[in-house]
Design a protein. Structure first.
Length: 692
């Protein structure tokens, strides 16, 4: 057999591409924060000046251009794209008749389906609906009628929180809701991709139990609607939630399984494989399978990033070059950001690229150390690689996970030592085999083997999620902290090898500064928002415990309220001792010694105003507090969005989702108010109700 030509040894890090990628990200972030539209001519002038200097051969001009052009390009790109998209406004409605075409359908829990309805008159876009339990099963291509209850996608509920409306717009639907009384009125021709995804998911649920079928559907076709909330929380608490989103791990395992199968087949033809490179032939033959898996997954950002990286690996193999390098990571990141600059602010992009950056950088360091060619047994090297990869990916993505979700787990490394081998040796290979033989109706045997691996992963997730510290709540870092940590990762890698004495100076300074900012930034002690017509609030007590203004809250609402407070859960305010209680109102001492009144009934407003430093009214308040205590009521939340309130050295800092409505109030012993406006000017006059 023809000997494979080994790739060249690992080279030094690609400083230019990594630096340009980092500056492009920084420019996009700057353009999102600072109004950039008026600086377009300045950006063009700077670019033109750099081109003139570069043409004349000035080295300083080339260096200046490398710094300024990516930064300016990022700021201009995010300005041109309009930043976060805004979906058309849809009013909530009940009992309306709808008619349209089902363009997507997936299995949900409790015998329901989640469908995407297109062509409904007067809606201005697609609808994402959940069918009733007794509704007939519908498929992509069905034309249906029914009675629906619609509501617009949730807005950004808390300052700095996730924007559900922009997320819905990016995915192409303008409203969500429920539909009942479904009747099939016709049939259209659905897309091939929708038919394939629905058909594969149907076969999975036919052969597997609900739990394994839901996980198999997530890792093979990207449909996660069948995962129960309990199972989803188990995966989060164990650190295995990344297995539910198709990313580089899944793509590499799927494509690698196909390459291994082709190489095994070529090995059966020694006369042919001795004259040709079996690796290159298998790589070319497996390329369409990787593209097929990308399309079948629904093309999320993590899968697109993984496929682009995989495409570069394929090209590198064909050219006998090293496949996984940080240069490829930087190129893929810049490609995605140029096409869709708003992707920078999505959790999937941030966590995916942080993890793959750390993994590739770590792998390059291992190759240079020669550990892969050592005499350590292969099994120990494999398990050590999984452990190291899990540690690197966990640490690199942890700040982004905490920023977006507010919780992490201490058991991620141990859980992944069990989960990743099952995924790599059983679930993905036999899942790929099931997809290949599914048109022949022979998927039963590979799915039975796949089910064994799925049960193992589910058991591991359920076990580790019950251990202490499986949901460790931490204060979410700010955007500035994330920027500094990203800069630390990039500068650590791009430093010159001969300058080890100084190489760690910049990243260490970035990490120390990020840690200091993270530690000294005061956390809010109040979070308040409106969800489905109900105003809810969460308050942190001096003991660190969180209390809720309502007793019955679902896990989603609890998570929304506790994330900015840096806590995992809380209790009902009626279950703790209050400072003063009355009919329809309650005053408690919050963190920092601030007296906070929660008012459920209008007649309690006067008493609450006279005895508290801050009033949170779940009903409309028609007048301000005479003593100057700020009131946040349901009308404020409806007009200006959710609110967080921070105690910054005795100054109450009130921030709404609409940050133009934010203001500060300093609490003094004589209880006279001093407010800080957006421009920094102070006023001794009392604001109107709600701080307007």
């Amino acid at each position: 057999m023809q000997a494979e030509t080994p790739p060249p040894p690992a080279s030094s890090p690609p400083r230019v591409s990594l630096t340009m990628a980092g500056l492009l990200m920084l420019g996009i972030a700057f353009g999102q924060i600072v109004p950039w539209a008026g600086y377009g001519p300045l950006a063009l002038l700077a670019a033109a000046g750099w081109i003139v200097v570069a043409i004349k051969g000035h080295r300083f001009g080339m260096t200046l251009g490398m710094v300024t052009v990516p930064f300016l390009a990022g700021a201009v790109l995010i300005t041109i794209s309009g930043g976060s998209p805004v979906a058309p406004k849809v009013e909530a409605a009940s009992g309306i008749s709808l008619s349209g075409e089902v363009v997507m359908a997936e299995v949900m829990t409790k015998s329901r389906q989640r469908i995407r309805l297109r062509g409904a008159e007067g809606q201005g876009g697609d609808l994402r609906l959940i069918t009733s339990r007794h509704a007939p099963v519908v498929e992509p291509g069905d034309v249906i009628t029914g009675r629906a209850r619609l509501q617009p996608p949730l807005p950004q509920l808390i300052p700095g929180g996730f924007d559900f409306t922009a997320h819905a717009h990016r995915h192409g639907y303008v409203a969500t809701g429920f539909i009942d009384d479904i009747k099939l009125t016709g049939r259209s021709r659905p897309s091939l991709v929708a038919r394939l995804r629905y058909g594969v998911q149907t076969r999975l649920y036919h052969h597997l139990d609900d739990g394994p079928a839901a996980i198999a559907s997530a890792v093979l076709v990207g449909l996660r609607g069948g995962i129960t909330p309990e199972l989803r929380e188990a995966f989060r608490g164990s650190g295995l939630a990344h297995l539910l989103a198709i990313s580089g791990l899944h793509m590499a395992l799927f494509w690698g399984s196909v390459v291994a199968a082709f190489r095994a087949g070529l090995a059966l033809m020694p006369s042919f494989s001795s004259r040709h490179s079996s690796l290159k032939l298998a790589t070319m033959a497996a390329a369409p399978f990787g593209l097929f898996y990308l399309v079948l997954s629904g093309m999320p950002i993590s899968a697109i990033r993984a496929f682009l990286m995989l495409a570069l690996v394929m090209v590198a193999i064909l050219l006998t070059r090293r496949g996984f390098t940080l240069h490829h990571v930087a190129l893929v990141a810049m490609g995605i950001l140029v096409i869709s600059p708003e992707s920078l602010f999505l959790p999937a992009f941030q966590m995916s690229f942080a993890a793959v950056f750390a993994l590739v950088a770590g792998w390059m360091a291992i190759i240079r150390s020669g550990w892969t060619s050592s005499r350590v047994p292969r099994l120990l090297r494999y398990l050590g690689g999984i452990m190291m990869g899990s540690v690197l990916a966990s640490f690199a993505s942890a700040p982004f996970v905490i920023h977006h979700f507010g919780v992490t787990t201490m058991w991620s490394v141990l859980a992944n030592i069990l989960g990743i081998p099952l995924m790599g040796m059983v679930i993905i290979p036999f899942g790929a085999l099931a997809l290949v033989v599914m048109p022949l109706g022979l998927e039963g045997v590979p799915l039975a083997v796949m089910a064994w691996g799925l049960e193992g992963v589910i058991t591991a997730s359920e076990y580790f999620s019950t251990l202490p510290l499986s949901r460790l709540a931490l204060p979410p870092p700010s955007g500035l902290v994330l920027i500094l940590m990203t800069a630390a990762m990039i500068t650590l890698v791009v430093g010159r090898p001969w300058a080890w004495r100084y190489r760690a100076t910049v990243p260490a300074a970035c990490l120390v500064l990020a840690g200091v900012i993270w530690a000294v930034t005061p956390l809010p002690f109040v979070a308040m928002t409106a969800l489905h017509g109900r105003v809810v609030a969460a308050i942190t007590l001096p003991s660190g415990e969180v209390v809720f203004s309502r007793k019955s809250l679902d896990p989603f609402t609890r998570n929304i309220l506790t994330r900015p407070l840096g806590k995992a859960d809380g209790v009902y305010i009626g279950d703790v001792d209050c400072t003063e209680c009355g009919r329809g109102w309650s005053i408690i001492t919050a963190e920092g010694g601030i007296k906070v009144a929660v008012v459920w009934r209008r007649h309690g407003l006067t008493t609450a105003c006279g005895k508290s430093d801050l009033v949170l009214s779940l009903v409309a308040a028609d007048y301000p507090c005479r003593r100057g205590a700020p009131i946040i009521d349901r009308d404020d939340i409806a007009r200006k969005g959710g609110v967080t309130i921070t105690n910054d050295n005795g100054e109450i800092r009130i921030t709404h989702v609409d940050n133009r409505a934010s203001y500060d109030k300093r609490i003094s012993h004589d209880n006279r108010a001093s407010y800080v406006t957006a421009g920094g000017a102070r006023s001794s006059s009392l604001p109107s109700k709600g701080g307007q």
